[in-house]
Structure formats: C-alpha cells, structure tokens
Design a protein around this ligand. Structure first.
Ligand code: NAP
Length: 283
C-alpha cells in the first residue's frame, strides 16, 4: 500500500486524514493517508521519506508551509508568488510543491455562494500566510480592491506592497474605523483570514468589529477561514447583516480536492469529502 499524509506540528487535530482517506477509499485507490507530525528538527528527514517509492506526497499545514520550500526540487509559480507550499507531490523521487489554498478559497465561494471575485471590493482581517494566499487569488481572479485590517500594521503593509497593482488596489489599517474612513463601508466580501476565534491560542482574542454590523447597508458575503468552532465569532457577529455566512470548512475541502487531483491525477469526490466531515462531526 502507498502512503500519503499531512505534515505539521503539533498536528493534534488535523481533519485532512479523515476526508482524504474517505475520498481515496471512494475512488478505490490503495493509499493510506496518515497524520505525519513533524517538528522543525525532523523536517529534513520527513521530506527525505517523502521521496521514497512507496510515498506519494503530503499536504502541509502550520507551521511548515514556508519551511518546506527550501527543501523541494520544484515549486510551482503560484506557490512561489504566495511564498508558501501546502501540497508536495513525489514524482520519481523529486518533490514538487504547490499552493492550493488561494484557489480553494475561490472555489469554495463559487460553489457555496455562486460568488465570483471579479470586480469585487473585499475587506479582510489578518495578514499572515493564509492572507497571502487569499490576496494572491483575489488578484488573480480580478477583484477590484482589498482592504486589510491587521493587529500588526507592518505585516499588512508588506502584503499590500507585494500584491497591489494598477488593477488591484490594496489599503491597510490597524483598526476597522480607519479602514471605514478610508474605504467606505459597503464591501462585497468580508473575510477573516486571521486566527482570531480559532479554538486554541487565538480563541479569546476579539476581532475589532464592534458596531460594524450596524453600518452595513448591502448584503455582503461573510467568510471565515476559521472553522473550529463551526459557528465562529466572526460569523456570529455578522449573521445579522446577511445570511450568506460560512466558516472555512469548504475552503479546507476545496484546497484538499485540488491537492488530491495534483497528487493522484483524478478528480476528487468532493461530496464524499464533505460527508466524511459531517459524519465525523456527528451531523
Ligand atoms: P499566521 O500566518 O500565523 O497568521 C495569523 C494571523 O492572525 C496574523 O494576521 C495575526 O496578526 C493574526 N492574529 C493571531 N492571533 C491574533 C490575536 N490574538 N489578535 C489579533 N490578531 C491575531 O496563520 P495563517 O496560516 O495565516 O492562518 C490563519 C488562520 O486561518 C488559522 O486559524 C488557520 O487555521 C486558518 N486557515 C484556514 C484554512 C482553510 O482551509 N479554511 C487555510 C489556511 C489557514 P499579527 O500579524 O498581528 O500577528
């Protein structure tokens, strides 16, 4: 049996093995998809293991999406531009890196809300690795503009510098009120790419959105990359302005479906993946 898996640390609660294994079983591929907990010290050894004949590759999660890049033989252009790899495919002992997070985000919005980013105005919270993938994808799909609100202004400014162009304006602020003063209030898409609200470290931190819901007069899409808990603080705070609100499970699955295709050369059974996670959650 061949092996594949997810590389991360400490990797206590990765959902990838659950829905990837269900997908592999459904399409009849004899591959074991397993958690591969890997500390920074163990990363080189783990990547050497991935080159073995019995290993097909791995997806990559926190904290290694950047760390792995220097160890790969080829990194696809979008991953290079984003500056992170979330899928590694072993082709005859050579490791190829890809990033499917940004495209997974786009497909999730399209499938869930019939939402296309072209021409849209986006307000986003967070300026970390996930924000980079989202910004890259928004730009690639022709979004009009993005405004980034982040605790650390220099991180938002660095992203703006990296991704803004003549056709894609990016503003930054460390508070929502300055964003609203600069940009108006009617965004088409509100997205949380920060870790705020995620079970664990940032669970108790609060997004600076008090009073924001009352200002909104259109009906934006609200998307939170955080998916645990399923009803995130961001979703709850904005549920009163729109019913098009979702957590990041759909992006998690869509990035995984794109990775599945890269790794196994077959379309992923996306509905099987969703069903596996519904079952896991006891729904
Ligand atoms: P990251 O690179 O560590 O960035 C974390 C971001 O959250 C930074 O902007 C950081 O602000 C902000 N942040 C963290 N704790 C905060 C706090 N207490 N107060 C204010 N801001 C805080 O992480 P990442 O890789 O971008 O991931 C961000 C989130 O997205 C995680 O919850 C991750 O699980 C989720 N994610 C989901 C998917 C999906 O498929 N649904 C994919 C990727 C990531 P500073 O710059 O000020 O530190």
């Amino acid at each position: 049996m061949k092996r594949a898996g997810v590389i991360g640390w400490p990797l206590k609660t990765s959902l990838s093995p659950i829905f990837q294994q269900a997908a592999l079983d459904a399409v009849g591929l004899a591959v074991q998809f397993e958690p591969m907990p890997t500390s920074l010290d163990e990363l080189q050894v783990r990547l050497d293991e991935l080159r073995a004949d019995d290993c097909v590759g791995a997806c990559v999660t926190i904290p290694h999406k950047q760390n792995v890049m220097a160890h790969l033989d080829e990194v696809e252009q979008s991953a290079r531009e984003i500056g992170a790899v979330n899928w590694i495919v072993n082709r005859a002992g050579k490791l190829h890196g890809y990033n499917t997070d940004g495209e997974g985000f786009i497909v999730a919005l399209r499938e869930q809300f019939d939402f296309e980013c072209a021409g849209k105005r986006v307000l986003m919270f967070g300026a970390g690795g996930a924000a980079r993938a989202v910004l890259y994808a928004l730009k690639a799909h022709g979004a009009h503009s993005a405004f980034i609100v982040n605790r650390t202004p220099s991180a938002a400014d660095a992203l703006a510098k990296r991704f803004e162009s003549e056709n894609f304006a990016i503003g930054t602020a460390s508070s929502l009120s300055s964003a609203l003063t600069a940009q108006g209030k009617d965004f088409d898409l509100l997205v949380n790419t920060s870790a705020i609200g995620m079970v664990g470290e940032a669970q108790s931190a609060r997004l600076p959105i008090d009073g924001f819901a009352e200002l909104i007069t259109n009906r934006p899409i609200v998307y939170d990359l955080v998916y645990s808990p399923p009803q995130t603080p961001f979703m709850l705070a904005l549920a009163q302005v729109t019913d098009t609100v979702a957590n990041g499970i759909s992006m998690l699955i869509q990035q995984g479906a794109l990775g599945f295709r890269l790794m196994f050369g077959k379309p992923a059974p996306v509905e099987v993946m969703f069903e596996a996670l519904r079952e896991y959650a006891g729904e």
